[in-house]
Design a protein around this ligand. Structure first.
Ligand SMILES: Cc1cc2nc3c(=O)[nH]c(=O)nc-3n(C[C@H](O)[C@H](O)[C@H](O)COP(=O)(O)OP(=O)(O)OC[C@H]3O[C@@H](n4cnc5c(N)ncnc54)[C@H](O)[C@@H]3O)c2cc1C
Length: 464
């Protein structure tokens, strides 16, 4: 196939989406060349890239047909908040951004919304609330797009009660790398027709198809909520309480694990004060319910379980502004860690009842290397982010690689995984064979080939 020069690519794209929706001037490209991957791990973007902003599936189809015919790599991009370099154009080619694909149609009768791939999480939360409904999923950055959330199968703080993005996606409009448009699933609670292509595309990180519309499940808006902070003197007591809460039959919206030093710094970072004075580590628990009585009842039960497990005095926050402040502080942990020289924040998960054992192993690794690992995470899901910090006088890349490997091994020994919610992108590829067998990787390669015979869609990502 004839290899086209970038000028001809730009002309062809302008014909499809109009001149103002194609960006190729170097100074305007910067925002499209990276995502939110931790600085030390960032992938190098290719020098010669053009950005295209299609409006709908038909335009995406024409772009992909053209790219496929000329074997031009295409890198789908949502909000660019990914943490593994998934949206970074690592080869000369086209960045396809979903930012113009807007539109939210709320269907109250069926408790569903049909959402353009480029709608931000913030926009969907707001529209749902205005309709008296609730979209609970909440990974930390609300500028993420709904297409991106589906493509990464995002998780976040509120997955304990309602699950990860896969649990919300009921239908998808997608465009295959060869240009065909498919509508998968629909406003259905049950659908067992054929292989589940919809579930295959959720979490495929832009390597199998471009998602242009998503049908998501919504929930009735809770009538009341409360946030509890249960302080503990030891990690073990804190994380050991998590399975006991879950076994009680009360499922909170969120159960987060956090440590004192980091929370105090995070609070200071945003000009607030961390409201708890006791304990070294905490469970942050969010309870939602139909009404206040239900929330008070469930909070009381959870408080009793925490106390039986030696929690110190529990903070109970009910006013909205107090609850929001706690979450804001929790969300400021990442910028603080980055400012303090975080080299990597791993995305390991273990079965929730094994978190204590996992943290013991982490402590041993820290001791062996004479360091410490700040730890935070979604304890209710067994998803613990272990942070590797900068160190003077060592080759940082080698040092981080060694630690990463040992921490991953520790998770795997307990039946865990190396990527719970952030995905693989281009950054975690090297570690994939630790978790997946050769056969599994081979099957995945074959699936990729069926969807994308010429390997044009997000090449070099997700599978080695
Ligand atoms: C401060 C902060 C906190 C975060 N906390 C969490 C968290 O708690 N849990 C969590 O899961 N994640 C978290 N993330 C990561 C990130 O927000 C999620 O991975 C999110 O789902 C990415 O969405 P995006 O639209 O920004 O995707 P992008 O970064 O633009 O892309 C991510 C991947 O999806 C592909 N993609 C994007 N859109 C499409 C599409 N329409 N069709 C096909 N492929 C597409 C891209 O090619 C890429 O591979 C956090 C990020 C930040 C910066």
């Amino acid at each position: 196939m004839e290899k086209l020069g970038m000028e001809r690519v730009v002309e062809a794209l302008k014909e499809i989406v109009g001149e103002k929706n194609v960006v190729y001037e170097r100074e305007k490209l910067e925002d499209y060349l990276r995502d939110e991957t931790y600085p030390m791990l960032r992938l190098k973007p290719a020098a010669n890239v053009v950005v295209v902003k299609p409006l709908n599936a038909e335009e995406v189809s024409r772009i992909l047909k053209f790219a496929n015919e000329h074997r031009i790599p295409v890198f789908p991009r949502g909000g660019g908040t990914g943490l593994v370099g998934g949206a970074v154009p690592t080869r000369e080619g086209i960045v396809l951004t979903t930012e113009r694909m807007k539109g939210i149609e709320i269907d109250r009768e069926n408790l569903m919304a049909t959402v353009g791939a480029g709608v931000t999480l913030e926009e969907l939360i707001k529209a749902s609330e205005e309709a008296g409904l609730f979209f609970p999923l909440h990974p930390g950055d609300e500028t993420a797009h709904i297409g991106g959330l589906a493509a990464t199968n995002a998780g976040g703080v509120r997955a304990v009660k309602y699950g990860v993005m896969r649990n919300y996606v009921k239908g998808l409009e997608v465009v295959l790398p060869t240009g065909e448009i498919l509508n998968l699933g629909g406003k259905l609670q049950k659908d067992n027709t054929g292989y589940d292509l919809l579930d295959l595309i959720v979490g495929s990180e832009g390597t199998l198809a471009v998602i242009t519309k998503v049908i998501v499940k919504l929930h009735p808006k809770p009538g009341a909520s409360a946030t509890l902070i249960a302080p503990f003197n030891s990690r073990h007591e804190a994380v050991g309480t998590v399975p006991k809460i879950l076994q009680s039959g009360i499922i909170p919206l969120a159960i987060e694990y956090a440590e004192r030093e980091l929370m105090e710094k995070a609070a200071k970072h945003i000009g607030e004060e961390w409201p708890v004075k006791e304990g070294n580590c905490y469970l942050l628990i969010i309870v939602v319910g139909e009404n206040r009585d239900q929330v008070l009842y469930e909070s009381q039960k959870i408080a009793e379980i925490c106390e039986q497990n030696h929690s110190l005095e529990i903070l109970f926050a009910e006013p909205k502004h107090e609850q929001e402040k706690i979450l804001r502080i929790r969300s400021a942990a990442l910028p603080v860690l980055e400012a303090e020289g975080m080299v990597d924040g791993l995305d390991t998960a273990v079965p929730p009842a094994k978190i204590g054992e996992f943290l013991d192993k982490i402590d041993k690794i820290a001791e062996k290397y004479g360091t410490s690992f700040p730890v935070a995470g979604h304890a209710g899901d067994g998803n613990i982010h272990v942070c590797i910090m900068k160190r003077e006088g060592v080759n940082l890349e080698e040092y981080a690689e060694k630690l990463r490997h040992e921490i991953y091994e520790a998770a795997l020994e307990l039946g865990g995984t190396i990527s719970a919610e952030h995905g693989i992108g281009g950054v975690r590829l090297k570690s994939l064979p630790l978790y997946l067998s050769e056969k599994e990787i081979d099957l995945m390669r074959q699936i990729k080939k069926v969807f994308d015979p010429n390997g044009i869609l997000n090449p070099g990502k997700k599978i080695p």
